[in-house]
Design a protein around this ligand. Structure first.
Ligand SMILES: NC(=O)c1ccc[n+]([C@@H]2O[C@H](COP(=O)([O-])OP(=O)(O)OC[C@H]3O[C@@H](n4cnc5c(N)ncnc54)[C@H](OP(=O)(O)O)[C@@H]3O)[C@@H](O)[C@H]2O)c1
Length: 260
């Protein structure tokens, strides 16, 4: 397998679209997620339409030992990963003190720990193959999010880690990119128990993936998707942090029609 990309969370949404883009270049894939049927369906589609090899890895990234198992599987199968795309992630909605502690642990494990472990495990090889890293964070990584407190905190970690890596890696040919989407039409909101984003203020997963993939290929460090999100973050930089945090709740309610 050459120019192989490993994409976590490829069974739906942004990860699935990233997989389609990569396969359309004629390059092979390792796709990771829990839902085997969706991964097998994607493998069949990509192998038929794009003449590529796709390896399906059914794995639950909330289990702490899974990243190491994935790395060892690649070693065993002698698959050299050139593009590491840490996309898997999920969120929730509700008052922090009423939330399920196990859910928070799983969220931190998937959004933060698995991403960190996979990056650390694959990076020495990526340095040799002059590869690239794409970490999927969110606009949420730059602000605080009441009622999504843990999710926003996990995404702040992803932004910070990737920015640091991007600087550290300057002496190598590896680049680290962080993709920061705003509201995107995927299964994310349903899985988090929140209403779908309004069509007018959200982006398609395909457009988000296109921007992220292109940023990764160009070695860009931060890719915020969409004009509205860029303008929002520009304003947020100059406004008092707590004013922004207070506004997030109102904004999310308006943009997703959440009734609580
Ligand atoms: N949609 C948005 O508005 C939005 C905005 C900003 C950032 N993001 C970020 O974009 C990324 C992709 O999300 P999406 O919007 O495309 O949502 P999505 O359609 O729900 O996709 C999430 C992906 O993550 C995988 N995943 C979740 N938990 C997992 C686990 N324990 N183990 C392995 N895989 C797991 C899911 O696969 P399985 O369920 O099959 O395991 C799925 O493939 C996430 O990191 C999310 O935080 C989304």
């Amino acid at each position: 397998m050459t120019n192989t990309a490993l994409i976590t969370g490829a069974s739906s949404g942004i990860g699935l679209e990233l997989a389609k883009i990569h396969a359309s270049k004629g390059d092979n894939l390792v796709i990771v997620a829990r839902r085997k049927d969706l991964l097998i369906g994607l493998k069949t589609e990509l192998e038929t339409n794009c003449d590529v090899d796709v390896l399906v890895v059914v794995a639950d990234l909330s289990k702490p030992k899974v990243p190491e198992k994935i790395y060892k599987l690649m070693e065993k199968k002698k698959i050299k990963i050139k593009y590491l795309i840490n996309n898997a992630g999920f969120g929730d909605y509700g008052e922090f003190h009423k939330g399920d502690l196990k859910l928070y642990q799983d969220m931190i494990e998937v959004n933060v720990s698995a991403l960190t472990k996979l990056t650390r495990l694959f990076l020495p090889d990526l340095i040799k193959t002059e590869g690239k890293i794409l970490n999927v964070a969110s606009v949420a990584g730059f602000i605080s999010g009441p009622f999504h407190a843990v999710y926003y905190a996990t995404k702040a970690y992803v932004v910070s880690l990737t920015e640091s890596l991007s600087v550290e890696l300057k002496k190598t040919k590896v680049t680290a990119t962080v993709l920061c989407p705003g509201l995107t039409r995927t299964e994310f909101h349903g899985a988090a128990g929140i209403s779908e984003p309004l069509y007018s203020v959200s982006m398609s997963a395909e457009d988000v993936a296109k921007q992220g993939y292109s940023a990764m290929m160009n070695g860009k460090t931060i890719q915020v998707t969409g004009f509205i999100n860029k303008v929002f973050l520009l304003f947020a930089k100059f406004l008092p942090t707590m004013w922004v945090a207070n506004s997030v709740q109102t904004g999310m309610r308006l943009l997703t029609r959440k009734d609580d």
